[in-house]
Ligand binder design. Structure first.
Ligand SMILES: [Zn+2]
Length: 281
């Protein structure tokens, strides 16, 4: 009978350290990271604790028995090695469990994975318009309108599985918002650097592929197709053009482009963004 409430049964015995090997039970050492601790009783948060189990046991079942929904989990390490949900634990294993959007400590492992572990799609609150444009500049799908109500924003986050970026902690407490991040910086360039660090975005960026105005995708277009939309003198100076598939905005690598390029390179290399004022619009 595994379906009752194994958490409560196990949680009542806090002295497994003293007797980890009972007749029919082995034990692993569990450690949950970051917001996964919210699912644990206070005495188990932020520390390693012994957790008994009966063989055979898949790590997924033990994670959920400990109280953490598997949908919250992005990465599991068994004795330092990345394993899947079906990994059968062994007595004495050290199991580290990381949440879906945790970037700390796991960067080297994320990099060796063949597939990205998560989709980095965002919806930003009404105060973060510049940050939204900067994220689009790096190619990240970032919804933003200056008139989103909190309810609407939470609905979008839930329906489209987007990460909410906000400076309003109240918004993050809404029940529909399962993945969000409270941006600490107030300067938009610093906000961008913060979000790139937090979500380990540097390796996933595709700069200059997305419309800064509307979040649409850009496609290369021949000059003849857009020259009627260009300011006087532009067509003579530039050869390469791209156009937004959604709003028809035309982009070309003008002088503004070079400043944006410096911003992109700085942020992706982990440098603080240059201290010049950049208006992506
Ligand atoms: Zn557009």
């Amino acid at each position: 009978m595994n379906t009752g409430d194994p958490v409560r049964v196990i949680a009542s015995g806090s002295d497994h350290r003293a007797s980890p090997r009972q007749a029919s039970s082995e034990a692993i050492s569990f450690r949950f990271y970051a917001e996964l601790n919210d699912f644990l009783p206070p005495t188990r948060r932020g520390i390693s604790f012994l957790y008994p189990f009966e063989m055979p046991a898949a790590v997924k079942d033990l994670i959920e028995a400990a109280g953490v929904p598997h949908t919250e989990v992005d990465l599991i390490l068994a004795n330092g090695e990345s394993v899947g949900f079906d990994y059968l634990v062994r007595d004495g294993d050290r199991i580290s469990v990381y949440p879906v959007f945790e970037s700390l400590d796991i960067t080297p492992i994320l990099r060796v994975r063949p597939e990205p572990l998560r989709r980095n799609r965002f919806v930003l609150d009404t105060h973060l318009g510049r940050l939204a444009a900067y994220l689009r500049l790096l190619g990240f799908d970032s919804l933003y309108r200056n008139d989103y109500a909190d309810e609407e924003l939470a609905d979008i986050a839930q329906c489209e599985r987007r990460i909410v970026l906000t400076r309003d902690r109240g918004l993050l407490k809404r029940s529909q918002v399962t993945h969000g991040y409270c941006v600490r910086a107030t300067n938009p360039r610093q906000q961008l650097a913060e979000v790139v660090r937090r979500f380990d975005l540097a390796g996933a960026a595709h700069p200059f592929t997305r419309c800064l105005r509307c979040n649409g995708m850009l496609r290369p277009v021949p000059k003849e197709a857009v020259d009627h939309l260009l300011p006087p003198g532009t067509a003579e100076r530039y050869r390469e053009y791209a156009q937004c598939e959604s709003c028809d905005q035309v982009y070309w690598p003008g002088s503004h482009h070079r400043r944006l390029r410096r911003l992109v390179d700085g942020v992706l290399q982990g440098d603080p963004a240059p201290d010049e004022d950049l208006h992506p619009e």
